[in-house]
Design a protein around this ligand. Structure first.
Ligand SMILES: [Zn+2]
Length: 232
């Protein structure tokens, strides 16, 4: 399948891929505290690697990840994690998304897949609403904004922060960045103490992560195939 990193290619190389498969993948992440057991850029790296895997399977061009997000754990009520998050306003997120989309139209992409590794709200809803708005504005182009759990069954992955889902995916793509051993051996893992929202990350495995990734790639590919017949 023909694919590449948009920012690592020269014009002739970009056009060779784009002429055949005018799909852009835009991984959207965050710099956000993910507890002591995961790196701050988990959302960014997760979205980036999933987009690369999607491009390998479906073709197209992967843009560099955007590590700008609103609605981070640092602003959750009832928790106190002021460090290791870089947060932006919802207004800025909307504006960047709109300007990026508009320029991807000018650059002749026909399908734009925005994968958000960060699912804080309304951050995610802003991205999805912008895609809906652009689908109306440009009916011959399709904008698909999603986060990975949007297309996965609940028994495989639900919205979570640094819990078993995100940690297992990280164990597949960048295992050297995860330190499960810093979590307490016993007792409950909580949002307040460990910055974890969701099921116990101590049960995370690369095997579980691979299962999530495979299902994501399968479901996303199905949707991209439908979009290809309609928009390419
Ligand atoms: Zn995350």
């Amino acid at each position: 399948m023909e694919w590449g990193f948009y920012d690592k290619l020269r014009p002739v190389q970009i056009e060779a891929i784009q002429d055949k498969i005018p799909i852009a993948y835009l991984p959207w992440g965050a710099i956000e505290y993910h507890g002591n057991h995961n790196p701050t850029g988990l959302d960014t790296h997760k979205a980036h690697h999933l987009c690369v895997d999607l491009a390998k399977k479906n073709g197209g061009l992967v843009f560099p990840p955007i590590s700008l997000a609103a609605n981070l754990i640092s602003s959750y009520s009832g928790v106190n994690f002021p460090k290791h998050s870089i947060e932006f306003s919802e207004e800025i997120i909307k504006q960047i998304c709109e300007e990026y989309f508009e320029q991807l139209v000018q650059q002749n992409f026909k399908i734009i897949v925005l994968l958000s590794g960060h699912a804080g709200e309304p951050h995610l809803q802003i991205l999805r609403d912008t895609a809906i708005k652009f689908n109306k504005k440009h009916p011959k182009i399709h904008f698909w904004a999603l986060t990975e759990f949007n297309i996965l069954p609940d028994n495989l992955l639900v919205a979570n922060h640094s819990a078993i889902g995100e940690t297992s995916i990280q164990l597949v793509y960048e295992p050297e960045t995860v330190a499960l051993e810093v979590l307490p051996k016993e007792g409950k893992i909580t949002l307040e103490d460990h910055a974890v929202s969701g099921d116990d990350p101590r049960a995370s495995t690369a095997q579980h992560g691979q299962k999530i990734i495979n299902a994501f790639l399968e479901n996303a590919t199905q949707k991209i195939n439908t979009l290809k017949t309609k928009y390419l």
